[in-house]
Design a protein around this ligand. Sequence first.
Ligand SMILES: [Zn+2]
Length: 372
Amino acid sequence: MKLSNLKKILLNLAFRKSLYRNELGKELKVSPSTLTYLLNKLSSLKLIEIKSSETISMGRPKQIISLNPEKWNIIGIRIGREFINSTLFNGIFDVKEKISIRLTSSDMGNKRIGELLKQNLEKISKVPVNAVGLAFSGKVSFDTVNSHILKLENFNPKEIVKSVFPDSTVTILNDVEAIATEEFVLHGGQKILVINYGTGIGACFYESHGIYQKSERKVIDLGHFYAGGNEKCYCGRTGCFETVASDYAVLKKYKYRNLDIVHFILHQEDFEKDLEEIRHMYKYYRRKAEILYEETLNHLSVFLGNIVRLLEPDKVVICGEGTSPWFTQSLQKKIYAVSGLTLGIVHRGLENNIEYGSALDALREHILFTDL
Ligand SMILES: [Zn+2]
């Protein structure tokens, strides 16, 4: 698909929030008069806003261009084991509204998640919404979601979103894909490997082809790679990575010898206090933390070392509620010890905004299919 210059401008503004007029001209490689024509057209459609900045260039204030905050409304939604969180953003990605619904184990399954998603959407102000991006802890193929954790089977959230916001563009992605999208937009990188570590483990390899083309995204179901042992996993297989290396595995070693992962996933909220304890233990009892996490870090370093050799990312990012700066540093050292790779791992912890990542994904799709 040949992308028009008008769409290219919108994509630049979506990804970079605002640009000086001359930056935009360089990016598009068009003459100043063509740029004026294009900007006037977008401005007359009220899609963009042109403001004078305080910087003076050639005796005139420089012009700064952004998407029109009033004209664009984008929603990013995160559906995880504990919450359904929605954020409404304007055209410059300021947060206009946030709605959160807490989930318990009885809320899992297509029917209940569907009802709660609808309730969540109905609480958002009725404004003309351009795009809605949903990120799930689960496997997404085309428009359907399957998730052991959320007990979703061929779940189709698009219909639900369309029933509340019929004119919106809807995209669905895995939560680690949303994190990788956000990482690319905010911090750059071409081949990014994101590992999301907590009670579950997910990964995504994001290969960018610039902002005009869809990036290649490969979700890696790391948590259910075979890692040995004989524990039956909630996914139905035996010996999954999560059974031997995850917050669950550490918790089991710490306090609950007879805990099994099926029970744990179902009743995660009962273990919140313990999870807090193990996650912060490195601050107070370093040696104890080292012993508790040893097996998990060993497993992770072997798998990560192999994945890095295979995919050759230029950036590895670790995030998720189970991580800490200590965790990341220890992992980095172990990877070096087992594979000789001197890997600089970026620790993001809980910085990531999954709703922002999914909203951006939906906005890009919307712009690509807009009639311009
Ligand atoms: Zn499994």
